[in-house]
Design a protein around this ligand. Structure first.
Ligand code: CP
Ligand code: NVA
Length: 308
């Protein structure tokens, strides 16, 4: 059997991604009102264990994956890389080979995307990208699920990304051609999204429009999205905050988008930096559903990985 790794969205067929989202919606509906620790009626991952390794901090990814695995009837084992021999120089490959003998699947939050790819290559179980310096595909599946729940048809929708063209932005870019939405991205030149990611999407007939200002990107958009201006691993915090300040999402920026436009942010948020409290805590914000949907989307991702 081929291992189904969930590394980047551009690597999956549009039909597979669609099926994952459909399953996530259905599973969420099926357990509405249940206690969060109750196992799904069909316990699809009963008897399965997942390892989660964190090289970086996490709240949502850690708790949502662990809760998700419980709901699926499976089990999880969590460690930070610094607790492991990995943190003392054991190779990524050896770690992957050994863990593959203990568990059925591994979720890795890695500093370096290259390390995640090396891990996946050496593993003999499916590997899930729980965020790297380059991408955050699980987040975008939850975000797209949230937008669909809000009534948005992704096909033909226009999603504006403003601020730092970072790892989360890259996964949105990868998703655009798969779901048929266009991206309007407003960043300073220095923080423009990765050219390779833009090329990948354009080669797949995705529409990715790049702008120099947040205002141009937000104009007429159905959704406005941002993320922290200083990601984990960024060393130039003060310079970033100064340069990215004009890209903050304010009520005035939201006014430029479509009437009823929604706001997304993967969290953690910094009110007064990348977004004003009036926006993230206001009526257009979907951030709490977005955070909840990490759980539901990841349940469907894990089932896909294990052909369940
Ligand atoms: N959005 C997200 O991945 O959050 P954590 O860093 O808390 O996991
Ligand atoms: N871009 C952020 C996302 C955190 C979930 C980071 O990498 O720190």
């Amino acid at each position: 059997m081929t291992y189904r790794h969930f590394i980047d969205l551009w690597q999956l067929e549009a039909s597979e991604l669609r099926a994952i989202l459909d399953q996530a919606h259905a599973m969420k509906r099926a357990r509405q009102g249940w206690p969060k620790g109750k196992v799904d009626a069909d316990a699809p991952l009963e008897g399965h264990t997942m390892a989660m390794i964190f090289e970086k901090n996490s709240t949502r990814t850690r708790f949502s994956f662990e809760a998700a695995m419980r709901q699926l009837g499976g089990d999880s084992i969590i460690a930070t890389a610094s607790d492991m021999q990995l943190g003392r120089g054991e190779t990524v490959e050896d770690t992957a080979r050994v863990l593959s003998r203990y568990v059925d699947m591994v979720m890795l939050r890695a500093n370096s995307h290259g390390d995640l790819e090396v891990f996946a290559e050496a593993a003999s179980v499916p590997v899930i990208n729980g965020l790297t310096d380059r991408s955050h595909p699980c987040q975008i599946m939850a975000d797209l699920m949230t937008l669909e729940e809000s009534g948005l048809d992704l096909k033909g929708a226009r999603l504006a990304w403003v601020g730092d063209g970072n790892n989360v932005c890259s996964s949105f870019i990868h998703a655009a051609p798969k779901f048929g939405f266009s991206m309007a991205i407003g960043t300073p030149d220095r923080f423009a999204p990765d050219e390779d990611d833009v090329s990948i999407a354009r080669d797949l007939q995705g529409r990715i429009d790049l702008y120099d200002t947040a205002e141009e990107a937000a104009a007429g958009a159905d959704v406005v999205i941002t993320d922290t201006f200083v990601s984990m691993g960024d060393r130039d915090g003060p310079a970033r905050l100064a340069e990215l300040d004009p890209y903050a999402v304010t009520d005035e920026l939201m006014e430029l988008a479509q009437g009823g436009a929604k706001f997304l942010h993967c969290l953690p948020a910094h009110r007064g930096e990348e977004v004003d409290a009036e926006v993230i805590d206001g009526a257009s914000s979907l951030v709490w559903d977005e955070a909840e949907n990490r759980l539901h989307a990841q349940k469907a991702i894990m089932r896909w990985c294990l052909y369940k």
